[in-house]
Design a protein. Sequence first.
Length: 469
Amino acid sequence: MDARRCLRYQAFDLPTKGTPMSGHGTPIPMIAHRSSGLSGTADVPGDKSISHRALILGAMAVGETVVSGLLEGQDVLDTAKAMQAFGAEVTRDEDGTWRIHGVGVGGFGEPDQVIDCGNSGTGVRLIMGAMATCPITATFTGDASLNKRPMARVTDPLALFGTQAVGRSAGRLPMTIVGAAEPLPVRYTVPVPSAQVKSAVLLAGLNAPGQTIVIEQEATRDHTERMLEGFGATITTEVTDEGRVITLQGQPELRPQTIDVPRDPSSAAFPVCAALITEGSDILVPNIGLNPTRAGLFTTLREMGADLTYENERQEGGEPVADLRARFSPNLKGIEVPHERAASMIDEYPVLSAVAAYAEGQTVMRGVKELRVKESDRIEAMATGLRANGIEVEEGEDWWIVHGKGFGNVAGGATCASHLDHRIAMSFLVLGLASNAPVRVDDGGPIATSFPIFEGLMADLGADIRREG
């Protein structure tokens, strides 16, 4: 394989409809105007969580892993670049197929440069786990948002393997990780529900002898466990009095795979929620992954009275998949979201809060402390923006309540800060599609990190979302 093909993805232009966004450059102010009659098919990108994991496990397998449907947002591209820095060959064919020639478990080489993970907390934490039990040293950094986010939740359990981490105060990036030369197997109970922490420990456990055991008291997304099994690792999950006990046998030889990435339910959330609150709408979102550890938002919306149906339900690559049809739902009711559902929809609470503004009564969300340490403090960011647009919000450390005003009664008219957070930006743009006055966001650029075709896709459905300036 020649070097030009091996490096091709570095020069790859993100697929967009219209001018591409950038999460790292000049701010892109955007405005959403009241719209009606959203219609058509929303082909959202591939699942981001599965895309990250496909690249990382492909790099840890022996041979060529072939991936179609990979999300080509900046977060995932940064992970692809990182895998190449650790020694894997990562290429993209003209038809969008990605190929990863792995180096095997424990085969990562020491990177020559600092690993820049951009805006991706998932990327940096999973990559730290994957290299933590290799006898190498790597330094990680990210953008302004990522460098504010806590890494101790991952580096603390990785230290149990013998890994060392040196970073800024409060465990922040930039951070140097010194991999364990003689890693020890670990038994670790995850203190708060976090698929990132669980996955980082499991990835580190691949190159440790014996059994690595992770215990989670509340179930989180299980893409890592499913994919590890698919790549040939010996991994079991048992529900006990302690919680979900996940046992991984260390030092396997992972087999390369052919992976067709399902569409991302977290991305699907935005056109789905937009259709539910926009008068006269009827849209289809095909091929959405409905893994039960990810589909909490759709269950919640249906409990609120949303006209949201599953069509053509099926299994693809071990993951449940369906086509979602979402229709305008003017009679939504506020509900209390079950605490135990939080882990299955943690990234969707911002856009749920936008929908809750159009429901009658209170929507209560509890057990969501993790939102405080995402790309931004998402509770504070959404509460501030919703209040500015005429919605009453109560909040606490791990809960918040949106007092809905019903369809047609959301004032709008405010400019909301995105805080370099793609989900905050998109959630306020969705809010503005049904408000009485337009809703602005100060910077839509970060949307490119996870949903680079958002702007064009929403325009094709009939949403009036524009750039300003």
